[in-house]
Design a protein around this ligand. Structure first.
Ligand code: AMP
Ligand code: MG
Length: 338
């Protein structure tokens, strides 16, 4: 019989329960400042395999390893670039993942077969406390079924994982709502953004000579093409509804959608509009609100059985680039320019 997943609170007693489950090789849903994660002991191959199985995640897509403090990175890497130490002073704890050469403490199953590991120090107080209490390095991808929108509330994790994992810690809604910025190092003073997040290119430019935005962030990866970050190859962030990104003014969008539309068509707009020609939800008029709400709205659109969703495209500037990156993948790169 399938065992119900426990919903855990954030008191030390509950976190001790979660920590002891993790130490026994179980999987626990955890809140972070970015999205909810699916946590396992990063050094325990069996536990990490359970994470891949619960998500249905391809085995070559590596897991990010979360630490209580950046000083612990030495324990799990074979080399830490001086620039990583400098960036850590400003961005750890926080939503930045740095890819570095791993050592043997990180099993190949955790790193998706790569010889590198992405290290992050989360700022969420509950996640931080769990890292402290457990004393573990915690591998944690986003806690959604692979390919679907990421979870930004404990309820979303329950929707996707009930019966598949030991428990979920309910730490409330996530502050940022999109996953961490993932970077790798290009020489001594430059970095490459492999996945955009709330640590933006401009923020990194204060510390680096150059910050390259990997081309796979905004464009489709051709079949068989080599990518810097395996996650970029896969269908991602998609609800069941067919998402279409619409680039153009709100007036043009109104006009475009004033024609017979597919069954159960909805729009996802920045803000409320009078006389809009089809039903819609809103996801905020600035990039921070959009980041915080985008995945929740995609899940809500599935809940109301949306068939097709026309999304008012976000800006590609600053945090907007992270939102655009998630939506263009949710749309399977289907963009209408009007
Ligand atoms: P998620 O686990 O859902 O937050 O996704 C993690 C993302 O980080 C995926 O796109 C991975 O491919 C990427 N990633 C994690 N570790 C590495 C690594 N060692 N090298 C390159 N990309 C990585
Ligand atoms: Mg993910």
């Amino acid at each position: 019989m399938k065992r119900e997943t426990l919903l855990l609170g954030t008191s030390d007693t509950e976190l001790l329960k979660a920590a002891s489950a993790l130490r026994c090789g179980e999987v626990v849903g955890i809140p972070t400042e970015t999205v909810y994660g699916l946590a396992a002991d990063a050094t325990n191959e069996e536990a990490v395999r359970k994470v891949f199985a619960a998500k249905g995640r391809p085995a070559d897509n590596p897991l990010i390893v979360h630490l209580a403090d950046f000083s612990l990175a030495e324990k799990y890497t074979s080399y830490i670039p001086p620039l990583a130490k400098k960036l850590a002073e400003s961005f750890c704890p926080g939503p930045l993942t740095m890819v570095m050469p791993k050592n043997d403490r990180i099993p190949s199953v955790t790193s998706g077969g790569l010889d590198t590991v992405g290290i992050r120090v989360p700022s969420h107080p509950v996640m931080h406390r769990l890292l402290e209490i457990s004393g573990l390095a915690i591998a944690a991808p986003s806690a959604n079924r692979s390919g679907y929108p990421s979870p930004t509330a404990a309820r979303h994790v329950m929707d996707d994982m009930n019966g598949k994992i030991f428990g979920v810690i309910d730490g409330g809604p996530c502050e940022f709502g999109v996953e961490s910025t993932v970077i790798s190092f290009d020489g001594e003073s430059s970095v490459r953004i492999l996945r955009p997040g709330c640590v933006t290119r401009n923020m990194l430019l204060d510390f680096c000579d150059d910050v390259i935005i990997d081309k796979a962030i905004l464009s489709e990866v051709a079949a068989g093409e080599k990518v810097a970050s395996p996650g970029m190859k896969y269908k991602h962030y998609s609800p069941r509804a067919n998402v279409i990104l619409v680039e153009g003014s709100i007036e043009a969008m109104k006009k475009y959608l004033s024609r017979p539309l597919p069954f159960q068509s909805y729009a996802l707009l920045y803000e409320a509009q009078e006389d809009f020609p089809c039903p819609y939800l809103t996801y905020g008029s600035n990039s921070f609100d959009q980041a915080r709400l985008v995945f929740q709205r995609l899940r809500e659109l599935d809940d109301i059985r949306a068939g097709t969703v026309y999304v008012q495209a976000p800006s590609k500037q600053g945090v907007g680039l992270a939102v655009y990156n998630r939506l263009i993948r949710a749309a399977g790169f289907e963009v209408i320019r009007i």
